[in-house]
Each structure stands twice: as structure tokens, then as C-alpha cells.
Design a protein around this ligand. Structure first.
Ligand code: CA
Length: 443
């Protein structure tokens, strides 16, 4: 099991007036898109594509998995963008590239259309995971030109496949088993046409944090001219001791199939009518028991993800009439989920299998991790150090000076919330700081 850290940047660059790129960064879904088409239509295409993809993945979390989910999300987004493109002259011929990473368990699914790229840095070596759907890439493949010639080829911007241009589209989808220490990079050609693979590889290796690495890559693209919009998303996987435990056992002992034999020999009837009634009764009883068996079977094989006590739980049974039991109670607080996801969990998210329910819970845990922080313990530390620790955790330190004669000045006496609490990203943390000495500063 791995923890995920990520960062994303999208920049207009030094030459273009608008940014037609878009990026997406959630707990388990990451993407870049490079839009095209005049009069800001490119901007519409890239933004629309990513929002449809995000919605599709959220709506189908747990219902279908991995490769299928990514493929369908991209073709669904294609249909929506194409629809928009043919809706009016303003949007004619608009389209967009999309390169995305969807993480499910220990597998990364890469979906791809166009000439944006996905790379993987593993053990110091950089590998391109996608093939450019561009004219020059095809010419290189066919041996017509060299990769060096491709970089300055007059038709290097010609794309052979993009989202939104045709009614139907099939994305390239590849899966990669995640290893500890893997760093994935998604980037538009505003980076890759200006910054070579060797430099990208060096930056990813030298800057361990995704935020710094992303910043450095964009900086290099700008230094090299910044002639295009430039977007990068970096996702890195480190081993994590703090993830929701996936309950390992496979569920589903089949409770069904109670085949009660209709009992004994029918008592000697007192006439024909009585016997018919008895037979009817027996038939009804058998049907009822069979129905019960079928019901029991489904009860034992239906799983859904819902809420108990404000936290995500895995239920077995039917999501209505209180006909369900909690199988696993997690620590995942739904208040830290994005609105649309929270609503879906509150309404109970029925999954195809227990395994899918567990994967869904894992994705929810990642979303919560992304949107919240654990308050670090800063009591007893000097204010400067405390403030830095809080900022690093994505929190906002608020100092309040208190007079405590005899105490060392500038030291944090009390913090609120207490250490270890989980709070939303950007929340205030009140620090009562001893007055005197060097004055404490508001940040
Ligand atoms: Ca571009």
C-alpha cells in the first residue's frame, strides 16, 4: 500500500494570451489536457473534457474497474466535447488531448489521446508510457525522420487523434503496477517540446517533492522560451503506514439455497378438496422458502459503501429498510469529501462486489487525505518553527500573544485544535505564544 503525494501546475507561458490547457488533480485521478480550436474554444474543450472524465469516474466508482473505467470515461468525454463542437460555429473543430492517470489499489491506469505525455521515473530511469498521436511520431516510427528532426519539424504540431473531433474515439489505455518510489509525470507538449527527457529525468530525481519538481519543470519550459501553454502533474508514491486497512478476507459465504423439502407424507385427507388445499399450501410454502433463499443469497452478496456516524462504512445487505449490516467501519470522515462524492456516499454507493467496495473505500480515503491535514504537535516549539510546520501541513497558523512571566518567550504554549486532530486543508490553528523577546509575527 502506498501513500500518494501530487502537485499540478498549468501556465499560460510567455507567448500565448490564453491558457487552453487544463489539469486535474484529485486523490486518485490526475490528468492534463491541451485544448485546440480558435477563439478560446480550446479552453472550453480541455476544461469540459476533464470535468466529464472526473464526473464519470466519480459516478462509476466501484461499479466498473480500472481499464474499463478509464476507457469509458475518455470516450464519454469525447462524445460530450464532440456534441459541443458541432453545436455551433463558435466551437467548430475544437478538440483536446487528454493524458490521465487513474490509480486503483496498486495499479496505475494511464488513458491517453493526442500528444501530451505520461512518463514514469523508476529507479532513476525515465520511461515514456504513452505514444504521441502526432504526425512526427509516426514519421519517426516509420524511420522517415529522426527524433531530433521531429523536434524542429515544421509539422510537429499536427495531431492525428484528439478528443472531440469524431463521434467515437477509443483511448490508449495501459496499466502499470505501482512500485514504491515511483514518480509519474503527465505533461502537455508545452513542456516536452522545450525540455528534453534527460532534463526531465534529472529534475524528477533531484526534487523529491512533487511541488518543487513541478515548479522546476515549468520554470525550465519558461526559460526555454515558454512559447506554448505548459502543464504538468506529478504523482509520487511512497510507502505509507497510514492507510485504511483493506479487510482482506473475501466475503460471500453463500447463504442461499435452502431447499426445505416439503414435509412428510400428507396426512390422510378427508376428501379431495382438502387434499387440493394442502397441495396448494405446500406449493406456496416451497415458493416462499425459495424466495427467502434467493433473498438471502443476494443479501449475502450485496455490498455497498455508506455512512455510519459521519464516517464511511462498508455494508453488507440491502441499502434500504435498514436491511444491512456494517462489515467494516473506517475512520474516513465524509465531511472532508468533495460535495458530489459526499452526496453519493450518503445516498449509498452500491458496488459490484466486495472487492470493488474496498477499492472504492480506498479511493475515498485518498480524497480525504487530499482535502484534509493532521494537525502536527507544535506545543513547546518556537513560533517560527511551529508556523513552518503548520504551513507545510497545509494549515494556517494564527498567533495570539499571551503574557506568562517566567516562561521562555516566543514559545508556543497551547495549540487549538490539539495535535493529531484531522481538519480541512487551510484551516486555522490557533497558537498561544509567550510574549516578550523577539515579537511573534502573524503569518
Ligand atoms: Ca500545447
Amino acid at each position: 500500500m502506498y501513500s500518494v503525494t501530487s502537485a499540478s501546475i498549468t501556465e499560460t507561458g510567455k507567448v500565448r494570451e490564453i491558457n487552453e490547457d487544463a489539469v486535474l488533480e484529485t486523490g486518485s485521478l490526475f490528468a492534463v489536457a491541451d485544448g485546440m480550436g480558435g477563439h478560446q474554444a480550446g479552453e472550453v474543450a480541455s476544461t469540459l473534457a476533464l470535468s466529464v472524465i472526473r464526473q464519470y469516474v466519480e459516478d462509476n466508482l466501484g461499479a466498473i474497474s480500472g481499464e474499463q473505467l478509464v476507457g469509458k470515461a475518455v470516450s464519454g468525454a469525447n462524445a460530450v466535447v464532440h456534441q459541443k463542437a458541432v453545436s455551433g460555429a463558435k466551437f467548430r473543430d475544437m478538440g483536446t488531448t487528454v493524458t490521465l492517470l487513474y490509480r486503483e489499489g496498486d495499479t496505475a491506469y494511464i488513458g491517453h489521446v493526442g500528444d501530451s505525455r505520461a512518463y514514469l521515473l523508476r529507479n532513476g530511469g525515465l520511461r515514456q508510457l504513452t505514444n504521441d498521436h502526432s504526425l512526427v511520431a509516426r514519421l519517426v516510427q516509420e524511420g522517415e525522420i529522426t527524433p531530433q528532426e521531429a523536434r524542429s519539424h515544421p509539422q510537429r504540431n499536427v495531431i492525428l487523434k484528439a478528443l472531440g473531433l469524431e463521434t467515437q474515439l477509443e483511448a490508449d489505455v495501459v496499466s502499470v503496477k505501482i512500485h514504491r518510489g515511483d514518480v509519474f509525470l503527465l505533461a502537455t507538449d508545452g513542456l516536452t517540446s522545450l525540455v528534453g527527457d534527460d532534463v526531465i529525468s534529472r529534475v524528477l530525481a533531484e526534487f523529491p517533492g512533487p511541488v518543487d519538481a513541478a515548479g522546476r519543470l515549468v520554470e525550465l519550459a519558461l526559460e526555454a522560451g515558454g512559447i506554448d501553454n505548459v502543464s504538468v502533474v506529478i504523482v509520487s508514491f511512497a510507502e505509507s503506514p497510514t492507510v485504511v486497512p483493506a479487510t482482506g478476507t473475501e466475503g460471500g459465504d453463500l447463504g442461499g439455497g435452502q431447499q426445505e423439502r416439503a414435509g412428510g407424507d400428507p396426512a390422510r385427507g378427508r376428501g379431495k378438496a382438502a387434499r387440493i388445499w394442502l397441495i396448494l399450501l405446500v406449493v406456496l410454502l416451497v415458493l416462499a422458502l425459495a424466495g427467502l433463499g434467493v433473498g438471502l443469497y443476494f443479501f449475502n452478496n450485496t455490498y455497498f459503501v455508506g455512512v455510519k456516524g459521519g464516517k464511511v462504512a462498508l455494508f453488507k445487505g440491502f441499502p434500504f429498510w435498514d436491511m444491512a449490516m456494517v462489515e467494516t467501519q473506517t475512520d474516513i470522515e465524509i465531511r472532508f469529501l468533495p460535495d458530489s462524492l459526499r452526496t453519493r456516499v450518503e445516498e449509498n454507493l452500491v458496488t459490484e462486489s466486495r472487492r470493488n467496495a474496498e477499492k472504492t473505500i480506498e479511493s475515498l480515503a485518498l480524497e480525504v487525505e487530499k482535502n484534509s491535514s493532521i494537525v502536527p504537535d507544535v506545543e513547546g516549539k518556537r513560533y517560527d518553527e511551529a508556523a513552518e510546520m503548520l504551513l507545510e501541513a497545509g494549515l494556517h497558523p494564527v498567533a495570539e500573544l499571551v503574557s506568562r512571566p517566567g516562561f521562555e518567550p516566543d514559545v508556543v504554549l497551547i495549540q487549538d485544535p490539539a495535535p493529531g486532530a484531522r481538519v480541512g486543508k487551510g484551516s486555522d490553528v490557533l497558537l498561544k505564544v509567550v510574549m516578550g523577546g523577539t515579537p511573534a509575527r502573524e503569518v
